[in-house]
Design a protein around this ligand. Sequence first.
Ligand code: HEM
Length: 246
Amino acid sequence: MSLFFAITFGSAVLILATGLAYKMRQYWKTEAPLLIPTTPAPITGGGVILRMAREVILFESLFKSNKWIWLFGWMFHISLFLVLARHIRYFQEQPWFWVTLIQPLGKYAAYTMMLGLAGLLLRRIVVDRVRYISSPSDYLMLVMLLLIGFSGLMMQLLVRPDIIAIQGYFTGLFNFELFNLPLSTPMVIHLVMVAVLLIIFPFSKLLHAPGVFFSPTRNQADNPREKRHAPSWVSGPPGGHNGSES
Ligand code: HEM
């Protein structure tokens, strides 16, 4: 099983990295022929960075459009961030100072993560018009994340794992050394689900995480008069005039 997980995680990380690189390149190369920032929008590059930061950290536009989805969505994502930060210690021989510091926070974040996910799943089941547009993959992502959280909590509360051995196993893998991975049923469920999640990430709706940075309605400045905006296939009018007033 230790070898199985070594091969599975090696392949999963490879698929994740190449899949993400492929998709990012595709997003990067996709033209945005029109200037379509959602207004009121910032008029400078610095303003765009601030707007994007508010979007990514606070989910600002979601807050403006729907308070319930915002509450559950934000609760889930912030908690996920803390949970993952807590996990960094499994991949380090000597955890960073701040990783040790946030351990208790990450522990409690598991509960708010589950609450957020449960709220998002309930919304898909209970709200008619959301259920109507929900596809199996929408449910699948939520159920998988719930399973990962549930098996993680089982380990935290019932079947205590040997953290030092887990740490040794993963840091060993980085040096192409295979050590024994102590397994329990929750651990197997946890790791299999995580590997599946890593593999489907580049082909699923989870791509919204890196994708938000490529959204023209969010990453464009509202400066149509100051700066000419044209896709690469449009050359300037005859005479080299590029549209800016001189
Ligand atoms: C290879 C990757 C991963 C490994 C080796 C791993 C391992 C573990 C272990 C050993 C625990 C028990 C912690 C304890 O008892 O103190 C745990 C808990 C947990 N895991 Fe993971 N996990 C991984 C990835 C993930 C991912 C990607 C997520 C979320 C999507 C996740 C969510 C959780 C949650 C919510 C808990 C319970 C809270 C906690 O104790 O941190 N895990 N994980």
